[in-house]
Design a protein. Sequence first.
Length: 77
Amino acid sequence: MADKTTTRARREQLRGATDAELDATVLEAHKAVYQFRKDRLSKPVENVKVVRNAKKEVARALTIKRERELAAQRGQG
């Protein structure tokens, strides 16, 4: 399990990312899940937490994007 400092550092790294970088992060996580599921059919896998970690990464990135959207709406209205 990743320790809290690693998770916190990753979260801060995502907060500093642009929207395009966040989209790329989401895409990479989805690809990791797809590749894991594909590999699992043909051979035993070592890291079974790939799916869980990828889903968390997607959630973090999408949350940050949504926070930015809401902040922009509050600024306009």
